[in-house]
Design a protein around this ligand. Structure first.
Ligand SMILES: NC(=O)c1ccc[n+]([C@@H]2O[C@H](COP(=O)([O-])OP(=O)(O)OC[C@H]3O[C@@H](n4cnc5c(N)ncnc54)[C@H](OP(=O)(O)O)[C@@H]3O)[C@@H](O)[C@H]2O)c1
Length: 402
């Protein structure tokens, strides 16, 4: 779509992404109606209210509760968890990120993983010391007041018969996904009564949880309570959410968290977007376009130029930033894509809600050779022409030139 004026405008816009939010006046530079465009943003900040550490924010007309890291300075976290031992069970993507953040926050955290697994070695490499703050799973749970179940979702189901009897009354059970308790008919993770059960689900990978923390920022997370035995479950969830590295915590339920998460990753976040990429690329190739042209017009321009702008400023801004030719066609075709795709998204939501996606995931990821099977599938994807063309295109980026 890159007409010259559009490309120039995009370059200019990209440069302006570095300036503070209140100075982002790219749209006014485009000579469009600044007043009309500024209004919604002003409305959001004007409706921002705070009461005792809880903020209610008006998200496009719906008021939602948001908790903020600012209300939980380190001293307050230390005081809150002064009598607690936080046992992080599992040291994969989330275990690594959340565990190191908890440790850096100065809290009493221990790691529990199986002794012969890859995670044990990784934990040792990250400075966790066997017998001091690194134990096998049973021992870590026995020592803890908080059991943070960060095993893979399939492993949570597999290990539950062994873990459940160790979750005694005084402990708090923590998850980073609603998967296990919400789909208990399939996972068999039946929560014992009389304990607090909380959730903090970072909206990003464990690596991002760690990186943002180290940059002095925080990741957005969902926060929820499944069972409140003490009356303090919500506060525990928010405090622990901040302690693991969240910047803002958005209140939800276990059900809503798991439905939206499974739906999103199968849809616009990964599955849907990959399907769109493949469909667009294949048509271009079948109509005689070269691999580089098809890739550039499908993936490279999207990820390198347009998507960051949408992320920073929204879709209307993106439409305003492109040529009038691109704008006319994109607005028209978006309606057709939406109408065509909406039934597919409804099928997807049904499949999440009725447990079909969970069943498939548990069955597949519980197989002994699931890692090999994924390896084979990913190698097939890597070998698709679109992604081979992508490698060549990426190698030409200035940062990849020797
Ligand atoms: N990854 C994300 O981006 C993300 C984001 C938000 C929330 N979450 C949620 O966070 C939780 C943890 O996810 P994750 O991605 O961090 O998991 P993961 O990287 O897949 O970690 C797996 C952990 O589970 C252990 N494990 C696997 N099978 C086991 C078994 N049979 N017995 C004992 N331990 C076993 C592994 O230990 P070994 O090394 O010993 O195999 C490893 O420590 C999940 O509920 C997930 O949905 C993940």
């Amino acid at each position: 779509m890159a007409s010259r004026p559009a490309a120039r405008v995009l370059r200019q816009a990209t440069r302006q992404l570095a300036v503070p939010a209140q100075k982002r006046t790219f749209v006014s530079a485009l000579n469009t109606s600044t007043a009309a465009r500024a209004a919604p943003k002003a409305a959001v900040s004007a409706s921002f209210q705070q009461a005792r550490g809880i903020k209610t924010i008006d998200f496009a007309g719906t008021k939602e509760v948001v908790y903020e890291r600012e209300d939980w300075p380190k001293e307050k976290l230390h005081e809150f968890f002064k009598n607690d031992t936080l046992a992080l069970i599992g040291y994969g993507s989330q275990g690594h990120g959340q565990g190191l953040n908890l440790r850096d926050n100065g809290l009493n955290v221990i790691v529990g993983v199986r002794k012969n697994g890859a995670s044990w070695k990784e934990a040792e490499q990250d400075g966790w010391v066997p017998g001091k703050n690194l134990f096998d799973i049973d021992e870590a749970i026995k020592k803890s007041t908080y059991v943070m179940n960060l095993l893979s979702d399939a492993a949570q189901s597999e290990t539950w018969p062994a873990i459940k009897p160790l979750i005694t009354k005084e402990k708090t059970l923590y998850f980073s996904h609603g998967f296990s308790p919400v789909f208990k008919d399939l996972t068999k993770v039946d929560i014992p009564e009389g304990i607090d059960v909380i959730l903090v689900a970072p909206k990003g990978s464990g690596r991002t949880v760690r990186t943002l923390f180290r940059e002095g920022r925080g990741i957005n997370s969902s926060v929820a309570v499944f069972q409140d035995a003490t009356g303090n479950a919500k506060e525990k969830a928010v405090a622990l959410g901040v302690a693991v590295g969240s910047g803002y915590l958005y209140e939800t339920t276990f059900e809503k968290e798991v439905y939206s998460d499974l739906y999103g990753e199968r849809g616009c976040l990964m599955g849907g977007i990959h399907g769109m990429f493949l469909a667009q690329y294949e048509v271009l190739r079948e109509r005689g376009h070269s691999p580089s042209e098809a890739f550039n017009e499908t993936v490279e321009e999207a990820t390198q130029s347009l998507y960051p702008l949408i992320g920073a400023n929204g879709m209307d801004y993106m439409y305003a930033a492109c040529s009038t030719t691109a704008r006319r066609g994109a607005i028209d075709w978006s309606k057709r894509f939406k109408e065509t795709l909406k039934p597919v998204f409804n099928d997807l939501y049904d499949s999440v809600r009725d447990g079909s996606e969970t069943k498939r995931s548990l069955e597949f990821n519980s197989q002994a050779d699931y890692r090999e099977q994924y390896k084979k599938e990913l190698a097939e994807i890597d070998d698709l022409e679109i992604w081979r063309a992508g490698k060549a295109v990426r190698s030409l980026r200035p940062e990849n030139q020797k």
